[in-house]
Design a protein around this ligand. Structure first.
Ligand code: FAD
Length: 284
């Protein structure tokens, strides 16, 4: 059974690029940059992965033609990571060729831990070929391995988005308690601020946002040296306040018909999101 899109519209900008575009323009008008994300994950046949590659290329071209202030986020499992590593790499590089030609930026989202190492490996290949102005990665603060990945990738000069981590992972792999995840996030944020040019801090958590603001004052780091990132449909007022205070801000805007896994993660991570969804449904 296909669930109605009305359910997801609080968190998902539309079912296609054209319907998401006005939302991107509205955010850009508020001085907020965007990352567009074509929803979907885990494709298991080449036909679907080829079609996703075409969609990603169309997305880069659509952004280029419309002049929107937007990069894109991709998932390697949409480009065939479950099928074959070399095939996925070819797809990634085909996409990156377009991004480089049009001077655009592609962020590789981080998925569940079955994919962490292969995602980092393919990111490293792409980073070596296309550089930090065209490709970036995401590191999840809850993963125990991030203790090593953060300094390694920072030393590479990578463009890193730091988030807590959205997938259910066992305790041997990921920190489970929120206070401990926050402590890890702060430690990694400090490292990225010290060792990378322009870290992206993806969180809606006031404790972390306030900690970062205080930390950069203490360390004498200008506000323009980092970017706060939030998800579409969440904390827009906080985003505009941050812009007014002089921080670069970007909103991650997902769109597409395959919204159920993304939508489920948003409901799982915060029970208030369930009320947001219900109130949006009954408004229209
Ligand atoms: C731009 C972006 C990109 C991401 N990319 C990835 C990725 O590639 N891979 C991945 O695994 N995960 C990704 N995530 C998800 C991330 O890992 C977390 O699951 C998600 O952001 C929830 O953690 P949080 O720190 O935002 O807040 P939470 O841990 O959900 O909440 C902590 C506290 O923050 C405050 N808060 C949170 N939301 C709100 C709200 N709407 N209104 C008011 N207060 C609020 C509350 O005080 C809450 O108790 C991304 C997140 C963002 C913002």
């Amino acid at each position: 059974m296909k669930l109605p899109f009305a359910l997801a519209k609080r968190f998902v900008a539309g079912e296609d690029f054209v319907s998401a575009t006005p939302k991107v323009s509205e955010l850009n008008a508020l001085n907020i940059k965007v990352t567009l994300d074509l929803l979907g994950e885990n494709v298991r046949d080449r036909k679907q992965a080829d079609s996703n590659l075409t969609h990603y290329i169309d997305l880069l071209e659509g952004i280029h033609e419309t002049g929107l202030e937007s990069s894109i986020s991709i998932k390697l499992t949409m480009l065939g990571l479950d099928i074959d590593n070399a095939y996925c790499r070819d797809n990634l590089f085909t996409l990156m060729d377009v991004a480089r030609r049009q001077n655009q930026f592609v962020r590789i989202d981080m998925e569940g831990t079955d994919y962490t190492q292969s995602t980092i490996d393919l990111f490293r290949d792409a980073h070596a070929e296309y550089g930090r102005n065209h490709v970036g990665i995401v590191i999840q603060a809850y993963l125990r391995r991030s203790e090593q990945d953060i300094p390694d990738l920072a030393a590479l000069g990578a463009d890193i988005r730091l988030c807590k981590g959205a997938y259910s992972e066992p305790a041997r792999i990921a920190i489970q308690q929120m206070p401990d995840i926050r402590e890890a996030y702060k430690k990694f944020a400090a490292h990225l601020l010290e060792h990378t040019a322009f870290p992206r801090m993806a969180t809606h958590d006031d404790e972390l946002i306030n900690w970062i603001k205080e930390h950069i004052v203490k360390q004498n780091i200008p506000k323009e040296r980092l970017e706060f990132q939030m998800l579409y449909g969440l904390r827009l007022n906080t985003c505009t306040e941050l812009v007014t205070e002089g921080y670069p801000v970007r909103v991650y805007v997902p769109y597409g018909t395959e919204w159920l896994p993304y939508f489920s993660r948003r409901l799982r991570e915060r029970k208030e999101n369930i009320w947001f969804v219900l109130s949006t449904m009954f408004k229209n």
